[in-house]
Structures are given as structure tokens and as C-alpha cells.
Design a protein around this ligand. Structure first.
Ligand code: HEC
Ligand code: HEC
Ligand code: HEC
Length: 466
């Protein structure tokens, strides 16, 4: 190595060390904000609502009934934990289909490599059987494993940190009651340099602020309950908030709509949502939160839940107490509508030619009108209405394209146990035909959306189904 090269290397090295030290200090400063475990009476916006008992999972409902009959308080704690674990959809990520619930090992893809969820059963070797409540609190609140390892934020502890200590203890008590499954967690497959867990200290210093939810007293208990669930256990922002290039949620655009990396679905902005649903009157007329029917049943006369959101409804939201869904609705309705990003505004302006409309209209009449109606009016809650359906005109158009290519089902729920399915059309259409068709449904019957190009369709042909 020449002298000049050696000097340069030394300078670069020194700068790197300096940067790491500086960021490390920042990280340490950030993390010192961790608050002490809450003490005293549980706040009204935390815990489990009174109308939950019939809604919680079967074992938990039985436990709640037993507790009401003067039974074991430990049982009641576990029942509360079961409900709160539902609210957090812990089972979704921590279960592989066909394996025991919570035994972990499900791959969680990230732009930086693949992680595997861990075993949360009471197995002492592979699960959390020998964890203490403090260990569990550190994982949920601070994102640290029992051995001090920093955890990747694909485990959404950046949201779960809002959860109170009481609620975390209840979830822990519930998990500890699960039968042990001796299933080891596969090692993470992250690419260099993201496989270096210590680097997470830097990320955390920049992006992670641990802290239990701080209520806004002026807003009242219902609003605060909704905010507590949405920002905390519900981790809605994990998908609905846009992320920057380091995978960090953009806090100034919370719930403004985000593209889910790798899975490639678009989770629309939630700020404007309730207004649309309220005016659509998609539920009981006397219910000011009519749109919560969509979150409970997975389908309404004007919308249907698809893609990764289907799992959220199936595992989590359909099990929540009516008061909790109304609280979530109250909070979301109070969010200001976010102005669209410039790229979105530009894409909306892409005009659709009359030729595309003619070709797309012909394909629609031949392949789609039987179910969705000649004028896109749909058929009750069996076949969703496409006229005036926001899911179609969202920018980007990825969800509409993927549904046409892959078909699919709304989630099976108590309210809609046998959902109708939509057949996949990927084999029937080439890229240009599918693009024409989606452009058509985005602009027929008064809908307004930008034109879809054939290369966009091509890109989603190989995307993972959900
Ligand atoms: C979006 C997927 C996802 C959801 C939802 C999720 N987890 Fe996880 N969880 C993970 C992943 C991935 C890891 C492993 C992270 C790592 O390797 O750094 C993990 C790790 C953990 C750990 C650390 C275990 C250990 O051995 O260090 C605990 C505890 C945990 N999760 C509990 C929960 C609880 C409780 C919930 C629900 C409130 C939950 N998780 C919801 C994906 C998820
Ligand atoms: C795993 C990612 C993910 C999480 C977590 C998530 N969502 Fe979604 N959500 C989506 C996607 C993707 C869509 C778009 C597909 C659809 O419309 O069903 C969506 C759509 C929605 C819609 C609109 C449905 C429609 O068709 O109009 C609502 C309302 C919604 N989500 C609310 C929530 C709430 C409330 C939470 C938190 C409790 C949440 N979501 C958590 C991914 C997610
Ligand atoms: C056999 C009946 C059937 C046919 C034919 C059919 N669909 Fe569907 N479609 C459904 C059902 C059921 C759903 C709701 C479940 C789902 O999303 O998978 C749906 C959902 C959709 C959605 C999602 C709406 C939303 O709110 O997210 C779009 C878009 C759509 N269909 C477009 C089309 C187009 C375009 C065609 C013609 C190529 C077509 N469908 C053909 C039954 C059908």
C-alpha cells in the first residue's frame, strides 16, 4: 500500500470510528428515555374493555366467565392477555401455518434480508419458558432480547413500546400458559452489513423513542383508547406509514399511506378513510361508525379487505370488542387528511386514451361483468362494487393490478364466514390486456385514476401472493 493510500485509509478509518461513536452516544441518549414501569391504578385507555368477554378467544372467554364466578385472578390475567395479544396480532407473525400457534419460525421478509419470528411458547429451551416478566417487558418496550441482543424492528416494538406494563404483563401471563412447543428459531438471514446486530444501536439512536402511550386528557377516554390501540398494539403504522430508505417510518407522515416493502402491497392513508365509509353508509344506519363493519367482517357493500390486511382482520380486528373498534374509528376520524405526495399527484394525471377505454371495456364485459355488474355496481356483500370504490383508484395502482392477476378471497370472519372468491386472471391476459382492463375500471362509472402501464403489470406477475 502506498503512503497516500495508507493515510487515506487511516483518515477514513478514524472518521468511521468517530461517526460510530457519535451515533452511539446519540443512541444511548435516545434510549435513556425508557420510562419506569407504570405504577398505581390502570388508566382508562389501557387494559381490556368490559364488552370484550364474549369476543375474546374461546379459552379466554371461559376464563373470564370463571373469574366472574369468583375464580382465580391469574386466570383473569391470562384472559386479558389473550385479548391484548389479539389486538397486537402476535399470532400472525409468530405462527407458521400447520404448526402449533406461537411456535415461531415464520419468515418475515425485509429489504435487508429475511428474519424469522421466535418461539413464544412456554418451552424453556426454544421459547420463553424461563423468561421473567421483566425480560418480556424489555423485549416489548425496549426491543432487547433476554441476553441483551438488540432486536430488529421487523418485530414492531417501535409501536409496542406504547403498551403499559400491566398490559405487557397480561400478555406475558397468557403466553406462558401456552403449551410448550420444542421448535428452534431458524437463524436470521440478513445481508451484510445488516447482519451485524450491533449496528441496530445506530438505527435505534436515530429512530427509536421508547415510551408508554402518553394520553391527551382533552380528547377523552374513547379517543385515547383508539390512539393507544392504533399507535401501540395495533401497529397500524407498520404498514400504513411510509418508510424512508433505512426502513424507518416517516413520523411526520404517520398513517398517510405506505407501500409494504418486499410484499409489495399498498396500505392506503387512513386519515381520509372514515369520511368515505361514513358517506357510503356501509353498515347499520344508526351507527356513526358504520365503516367499522368493514374491519369486523372483512367486507362491506362498498369495500373488501384483501392482501396482508386480510390477516390483520382475520387474526386481530374481528376479535376486538365493539367498543374498541369504535375507539379506533373515533381516533382515525380525527386524523387530518394528508396531502398526497407529489409523485402521486403526477401519476393521477396520467390520461387514459379512448382506445384503452374501449379495449378495457370489452374485456370487462366479457370477463368481469357477470360478478361485478355491467356498471360496476357489484352484488351486495358477495361481489364488491367497483364504481366509487377507492381501493381501485388509489395511487399507486398496485393493489388493483394484483387482485386482477392473483384473484383471492376476503378474510373468513364471524360476520362473513364463507367469503366468495375471485378467480386469478394472470393466465388469461397478457400484460397489455391487464393494463388496459385496470386502466378501464379505474376510469369507468365516474372513477378517476391514472393510466396503468404494461410494465407495471409485468412487475407484479412474480410478486409473492401475500
Ligand atoms: C410483523 C411481525 C411480528 C409481529 C406482529 C410480532 N412479532 Fe414478535 N418478533 C418478530 C420477529 C421477526 C422477531 C425476531 C426479531 C429478531 O430476530 O431480531 C420477533 C421477536 C419477538 C420477541 C423476542 C424473542 C427473543 O427470543 O428475543 C418477543 C418477546 C416477541 N417477538 C413478542 C411479540 C409479541 C408479544 C407480539 C404481539 C404483541 C409480537 N411479538 C408481534 C415479528 C413479529
Ligand atoms: C401487515 C400490514 C398492515 C397492518 C399491520 C395494517 N394494515 Fe390496514 N391495510 C393494509 C393493506 C395492504 C391495505 C390495502 C388492502 C385493502 O384495502 O384491504 C389495508 C387497508 C386498510 C383499510 C381500508 C380498507 C378498504 O378497502 O377501504 C383500513 C380501514 C385499514 N387498513 C385499517 C387498519 C387499521 C385500523 C390497522 C391497525 C389496527 C391496520 N389497518 C393495520 C395493510 C395493513
Ligand atoms: C366469479 C366472480 C368474479 C369475477 C368473474 C371477477 N371478480 Fe373481481 N372480485 C370477486 C370477489 C368475490 C371479490 C372480493 C374478494 C377478493 O378481493 O378477492 C372481488 C374483488 C375484486 C376487486 C377488489 C375490490 C376491492 O375493494 O379491493 C377488484 C379490483 C376486482 N375484483 C376486479 C375484477 C375484474 C377487473 C374482473 C375481470 C377481469 C373481476 N374482478 C372478475 C369476484 C369476481
Amino acid at each position: 500500500m502506498s503512503r497516500a493510500a495508507r493515510t487515506t485509509a487511516a483518515v477514513v478509518g478514524a472518521l468511521l470510528v468517530l461517526a460510530i461513536v457519535a451515533l452511539g452516544i446519540l443512541a444511548a441518549l435516545g434510549l435513556r428515555e425508557g420510562d419506569p414501569p407504570a405504577a398505581g391504578a390502570a388508566p382508562a385507555w389501557a387494559g381490556v374493555p368490559a364488552d370484550a368477554s364474549a369476543e375474546v378467544s374461546r379459552s379466554a372467554a371461559a376464563a373470564a366467565a370463571a373469574a366472574a364466578a369468583g375464580a382465580d385472578p391469574a386466570e383473569l390475567l391470562r384472559a386479558r392477555g389473550a385479548y391484548l395479544a389479539r389486538a397486537g396480532n402476535c399470532v400472525g407473525c409468530h405462527t407458521v401455518r400447520g404448526q402449533p400457534e406461537f411456535s415461531g419460525g415464520r419468515p418475515v421478509p425485509t429489504p435487508f434480508g429475511t428474519l424469522f419470528s421466535t418461539n413464544l411458547t412456554s418451552d424453556p429451551a426454544h421459547g420463553i419458558g424461563d423468561w421473567t416478566a421483566d425480560d418480556f417487558w424489555r423485549a416489548l418496550h425496549l426491543g432487547k432480547s433476554r441476553d441483551g441482543r438488540l432486536l430488529y424492528p421487523a418485530f414492531p416494538y417501535t409501536d409496542y413500546t406504547r403498551t403499559t406494563r400491566e398490559d405487557a404483563d397480561a400478555i406475558f401471563a397468557y403466553l406462558r400458559s401456552l403449551p410448550a412447543a420444542a421448535q428452534p428459531t431458524p437463524p436470521a438471514q440478513m445481508r451484510f452489513p445488516f447482519d451485524q446486530r450491533w449496528m441496530l444501536a445506530l438505527w435505534r439512536g436515530l429512530y427509536f423513542r421508547p415510551g408508554v402511550y402518553a394520553p391527551e386528557p382533552a380528547r377523552g377516554d374513547v379517543w385515547n383508547r383508539g390512539a393507544y390501540l392504533v399507535q401501540g398494539l395495533g401497529h397500524c403504522g407498520a404498514c400504513h406509514t411510509p418508510r424512508d430508505w433505512l426502513g424507518a417510518p416517516q413520523s411526520d407522515r404517520a398513517l398517510a399511506g405506505g407501500r409494504i416493502p418486499v410484499l409489495d402491497w399498498y396500505a392506503p392513508g387512513l386519515g381520509a378513510m372514515p369520511v368515505r365509509e361514513a358517506t357510503d353508509a356501509g353498515g347499520a344506519a344508526d351507527d356513526p361508525h358504520a365503516w367499522v363493519g368493514l374491519l369486523r367482517n372483512g367486507i362491506s357493500p362498498t369495500a373488501v379487505i384483501v392482501g396482508p390486511m386480510a390477516e390483520v382482520v382475520r387474526n386481530s380486528l374481528q376479535h376486538l370488542a365493539p367498543s374498541d373498534l369504535r375507539a379506533i374509528s373515533t381516533y382515525l376520524q380525527s386524523l387530518p387528511p394528508m396531502p398526497a405526495a407529489p409523485a402521486v399527484v403526477a401519476a393521477r394525471g396520467t390520461p387514459v386514451s379512448t382506445g384503452v377505454m374501449a379495449r378495457g371495456g370489452k374485456l370487462y364485459a366479457d370477463h368481469c361483468a357477470d360478478c361485478h355488474g355491467r356498471d360496476g355496481q357489484g352484488a351486495g356483500t358477495a361481489y364488491p362494487r367497483l364504481a366509487g370504490n377507492r381501493a381501485l383508484t388509489d395511487e399507486p395502482a398496485v393493489n388493483a393490478i394484483r387482485i386482477v392477476l392473483n384473484g383471492g378471497f376476503a378474510p373468513g370472519t364471524h360476520g362473513n364466514p364463507r367469503p366468495y372468491g375471485m378467480p386469478p386472471f394472470a393466465p388469461a391476459f397478457d400484460d397489455q390486456q391487464a393494463a388496459d382492463l385496470v386502466s378501464y375500471v379505474r376510469n369507468a362509472w365516474g372513477n378517476r385514476g391514472g393510466a396503468v402501464q404494461s410494465y407495471e403489470v409485468n412487475r407484479y406477475r412474480s410478486a409473492p401472493p401475500d
